[in-house]
Design a protein around this ligand. Sequence first.
Ligand code: GLU
Length: 450
Amino acid sequence: MNAYLASVLENVKTKHAGEPEFVQTVEEVFSSLEPVIEKHPEYEKYDLLNRMVEPDRMFTFRVVWEDDNGKWHTNRGWRCQFNGAIGPYKGGLRFQKNVYEGIIKFLGFEQTFKNSLTGLPIGGGKGGSDFDPAGKSDAEVMRFCQAFMSALYRYIGPDVDVPAGDMGVGGREIGYLFGQYRRLKGVWENGVLTGKGLSYGGSLIRPEATGYGAIYYLCEVLKHENDSIEGKRIATSGYGNVAWGIMKKAAELGAKVTYFSGPDGYVHDPDGVITEEKLNYILEMRATDPMHCKPYADHFGCEFVEGAKPWGATDVDIIMPAATQNDVTMESAEKIAASGVKYYIEVANMPTTNDALNFLRAQKHMIVAPSKAVNAGGVGVSALEMSQNSERLVWTAEEVDAQLKKMMINIHKVSAEAAEQYGLGYDLVAGGNIAGFLKVAEAMLEQGCF
Ligand code: GLU
C-alpha cells in the first residue's frame, strides 16, 4: 500500500481501535485507491483522506420510552452525518440490539461512496439505536419511535439530512417517526424521510428497490460474461425486504432463489421461491416472526438445516448474501470457492469479511461484485422519492422501475470503466470504490479546505 494511504489507515486504526467494523470498511475502500492516489498528488497535498475518514459530525442522544407494563427504558440513539459534499446527508436508521457507534460509523462511511455511485445528489449519513425490536408490541414500537424522533428532529430536514429505513426500521417505523416529526415541527415536510407509506408521499417500488436493483446489476454482470439470468439458481441469505425483492425480480426474469436463510438456519427449496403463494408466505412469515424461516420449510415440505448458512452449496449458479455484515467469513469463502460457483454478488452492507473478500476476488473462476454498488438501488429510489416529494408529484411504478434500472446499468458501467481506466481489468470491487470516491473527492476539493 502507498505510504500516504498506509499512514491514514494507521491513524484510523489508532483512533478507532474499539470499532473494528469501521476500520474494516476503511481498509477495504483504501485497498482500491492506490493507483488513484498516485495519479492525483493533490489528494495527499490537501490531506484529503484524513478528512474523508472523519465524519462531518455525529450526534448521540438519549431515548427514553415506557413499555406496556409501565416500565421505563433508556436506549441510546445516534445520527452520523458522514459526508455532505455532494448533497444532503442520506442514509437509513438501524434499530438492533448490537448497534453501537462503530456500526453507525461504518455504515455512514459506506453510504457516502454508495450514494455517490447512484449518480444522484445525496451525501452519506446513517443512524440508529441499540433498541431491540424483537418481541415489542406495536404500541411500544410507536412510543420508541416518537421518543427517538423527539431527539432527532432538530438535526434533520429535507435539505439537511434525510433518514430512511435499515434493519429493524420498515414502513411502520417510518410512519411513526414521520408523524412525530410533523407534530414537533408543525410543517408538511415529507421529504425529510424516505421509505414512507404511499398515502403520505412514499414512492412506488421503494420497498422492492434494493432487491430489484441488485438483480438489475446482476443482469449487467451476466451480460458482460455473455451469459443470461434465465434458468439461474440463486442462494441468498435473509428473507427481509431485500432478499424478498431479489426473489421476486429473479422469478419475474426466469431465474429462481433456491436457498435462503434466517437467524435460525437455512431453507433449501429446489423448485425456487417463484410462485405468488410462496412470495406472499414469506411476507407473512417476516411480519409475524423475523427470527425464524423454518415455518417456510415445514409449510412447503422442503429441507431446513438448523444453525447453518447455505454457503458452499454446489447446486447454485449465483450467491447473493443479503442479510447482514460479516455473514461470509473465510471458512464460508473457502467452501464457496470450492463449490465452483462463478458469481458472488454482495448485497447486504459489508456482508463479507475483508480476508474472505480478497480470497474470493483472487479466484480466477469467480466474479465478485461489491455491495456498495449492488445495493445502491435502494437509496437511489429514496432519492427519487425525495424528487417526487419536492415536485409534489407521484410517479408511476413503471417510471420508478425504469429509472432504477437505468441507474443500476449506469452504476455497473461507471464501475467497470473506472477499473479499466486504472488498468485493473474487470474488477467491480475496485471500480466501485474508485468511481464512488472520485466524485466525493472532487466535490470536497472544489468546495475548499474543510
Ligand atoms: N439503509 C439503506 C441503505 O443501506 C437505504 C438508505 C436510504 O434509503 O436512505 O442504503
